[in-house]
Design a protein around this ligand. Sequence first.
Ligand code: ZN
Length: 145
Amino acid sequence: MNENLQDLYQDIILSHNKRPRNEGELDPHTGKAEGYNPLCGDKVTVFVNEQDGRIEAVKFIGEGCAISRASASIMTTLLAGLTVKEAQARAQKFYDMLTSTEEPDLDFLEEGEVAALVGVRQFPARIKCATLAWHALEDALGGAG
Ligand code: ZN
């Protein structure tokens, strides 16, 4: 990865950590789930509101490291309008990006800011930070809470 791209990714993560999008409780919501990453101490609560099988809104409350908060914030910007299935597929794509053994072939325009999290691949201990909100999202889409 070239240095300019790495700087850009770093800026995106810091910006989302400092000014998260869609942070706070979502009311009303149809699903809610919590996640905790004991390795790092990150906590997240994800709220979703589904209407006729589509995601209307996603919000989160999170405390923890910059990666966990930025990942949750970026996630909330990607999901409005998707069906539950599409959101699950999006989550799977994200996990694959972080854990595949091959260097992912990323199209930044297609992936958007989520591509900024690809650097986490180099730090396996932090992958749980990046995926925490996404796992909570999948639990929330299950309709629990
Ligand atoms: Zn963390």
